[in-house]
Design a protein around this ligand. Sequence first.
Ligand SMILES: NC(=O)c1ccc[n+]([C@@H]2O[C@H](COP(=O)([O-])OP(=O)(O)OC[C@H]3O[C@@H](n4cnc5c(N)ncnc54)[C@H](OP(=O)(O)O)[C@@H]3O)[C@@H](O)[C@H]2O)c1
Length: 253
Amino acid sequence: MDLGLRGKKAIVTGATKGIGRAIVELFALEGVDIALCSRTQEDVETTVQELRRHNVNVFGQAVNVRDGEAYKAWLQSAASALGGCDIFIPNVSAGGGFDSEKNWTKNFEVDVLHTVRGCETLMPHLEKSSAGSIVIIASTNAVETFGVPQAFNAMKAALITYAKQLAQHVGKKGVRVNSVSPGPIYFEGGSWELIKGTMPKLYDYALRQIPCGRMGTPEEVARIVAFVASPAGSLMAGSNVVADNGFTKRVQF
Ligand SMILES: NC(=O)c1ccc[n+]([C@@H]2O[C@H](COP(=O)([O-])OP(=O)(O)OC[C@H]3O[C@@H](n4cnc5c(N)ncnc54)[C@H](OP(=O)(O)O)[C@@H]3O)[C@@H](O)[C@H]2O)c1
């Protein structure tokens, strides 16, 4: 199936590791020009070099998305460097953590505000595109009770609601908005590797919830994100796609 991605321009936040890294790799393979960031300049440079092997234009610059002004300037530079933006994937998260006011502020500023600022800043570019599309990376932690109450879970829920409502609002301008909610995704250096080492009981519990007994990979999430973001997914707007290998137990109507 041709996803219709060739020649499109995508801006992806947090794309030097894990799911974000797998998304930009797949986009580059599909002929998409890419702008990416993380906080670590060295990792950004390495990723940019690796992606350029696929003969696409790649713009990369380190930025902390929590710094609103620096982040908005980065988004404008990214859109200028690419000559527009067809696809936006806000992927950065402040991650989970036991509840404290510090976590609530961090998850609000990073997960929620970086997504909202990104959508607002890039909307004029997305509206000009013939295939404007936003895929917000949420989490299954938003849709079912998991572990202890966490700001991460609640802020991801906010993102799913935001995606739905934004889809209604900008659909008339030709921009599609969806969210993808991964279940546990395992990769070297990722949160589940850390949990496996530090909280083995939680790791084993999560694994037991997955019928086939294995966590997902970043590449599996990337394939779903690429489809939803692409012109091939043109019928999808306002959907939250759960990608969790059966980890969650609710019936989705
Ligand atoms: N892994 C899972 O099991 C899982 C499950 C459900 C949902 N998700 C969601 O999927 C997304 C990606 O998670 P992941 O686990 O693949 O990767 P991750 O370990 O969270 O890292 C993501 C990327 O974001 C960058 N980053 C982190 N904070 C940043 C900031 N403030 N500003 C700019 N860049 C920043 C990281 O590089 P630097 O550290 O160098 O900045 C890295 O490139 C997140 O939204 C996460 O909540 C993940």
